[in-house]
Design a protein around this ligand. Structure first.
Ligand code: GUN
Length: 285
């Protein structure tokens, strides 16, 4: 029987700390940390994420601005908004919700965001800093996973850590963060041979492959910490992760549920990055 890692509870405790820090920041500086979120078009999932980011800012007391742009927005218009926000002293973090409509080049937009305001940590300058361990921001989802692992009290040093998935947003940075904590890290992906053999070695298994219930109990080592980054919708409309909870839970020592595991942490880490950006900006004045 695994202990369930309660992402909502961990997230609530980090947000309470951020709220206190935000009040302190305001008293010291006379303004609030500010986050600007841009959404282009009307992808339903993206709209929900953006609304939750706005609510998160309100909860911890930040200044927030949301730019809801029509799907026909041109690249020049979007880049001009990013440029304006880069120069805006009230804004310390900028996030452009992905995916963008097909006619907009995501890479160009990411490159246009001032790395000091890149609270997603998607800009190559920030990605490079993560690689060398000298970072200002951590990408939100992998940072949330690290907080959840830390909440279990399990020490990563020397552990076999297996990351399933190699995306730029989760898998690759996740592997770097586990490596920095002295894990022995393996990254698996869709072309990995004998995947189950590799995942069965994992003391800490982080799954971000985007396939519903993909990891089953026979792929998990007895006593493993299992972190499920997946968020998939089943045919019956229910949310499920990349881990088959029913068969993995009896073998794991700790496991995250979906929903209520990694999901609640992501926006909290975005809020943390925004405070970090605001503090760095205040210190540089
Ligand atoms: N779309 C899905 N996840 C994310 C994220 O972490 N950041 C941005 N900007 N867009 C996303």
């Amino acid at each position: 029987m695994a202990k369930i890692i309660d992402g909502k509870a961990v997230s609530a405790s980090v947000r309470a700390e951020l709220k206190t820090e935000c009040e302190k920041f305001y008293l010291e500086n006379g303004y609030k940390p500010g986050l600007a979120v841009i959404i282009v078009g009307d992808d339903p999932a993206s709209k929900v994420y953006v609304n939750n980011k706005e609510k998160g800012c309100a909860e911890v007391g930040y200044h927030s601005e949301v730019y809801r742009l029509p799907a026909e927005t041109t690249e020049a218009e979007l880049l001009s908004l990013v440029d304006k926000l880069n120069k805006d002293d009230k804004i310390h973090g900028i996030l452009c919700q992905l995916p963008l409509p097909k006619h907009l080049d995501e890479t160009k937009v990411i490159l246009a965001i001032d790395p000091k305001k890149d609270v997603d940590a998607f800009h190559p300058e920030n990605v490079g800093k993560i690689m060398i361990g000298n970072y200002s921001f951590l990408p939100c989802t992998p940072a949330g996973v690290m907080e959840l692992i830390s909440s279990t009290g399990v020490d990563i040093t020397g552990k076999e850590c297996v990351v399933v998935g190699r995306s730029n947003i989760v898998g690759k940075p996740q592997a770097m963060l586990l490596l920095q904590k002295n894990g022995t890290v393996t990254i698996c992906h869709s072309r990995t041979k004998n995947l189950a053999e590799v995942t069965r070695r994992a003391d800490i298994l982080v799954v971000a492959i985007g396939k519903a219930d993909f990891i089953t109990g026979d792929m998990v080592k007895e006593g493993a910490v299992v972190i499920d980054v997946g968020m998939n919708r089943r045919a019956d409309g229910k949310l499920t992760g990349d881990v088959d909870f029913a068969s993995c839970e009896p073998k794991a020592s700790f496991i995250t549920p979906v929903p209520g595991g990694v999901g609640p942490m992501t926006i909290t880490m975005l809020l943390k990055n925004t405070l970090t950006a605001a503090k760095a900006s205040a210190e540089s004045k």
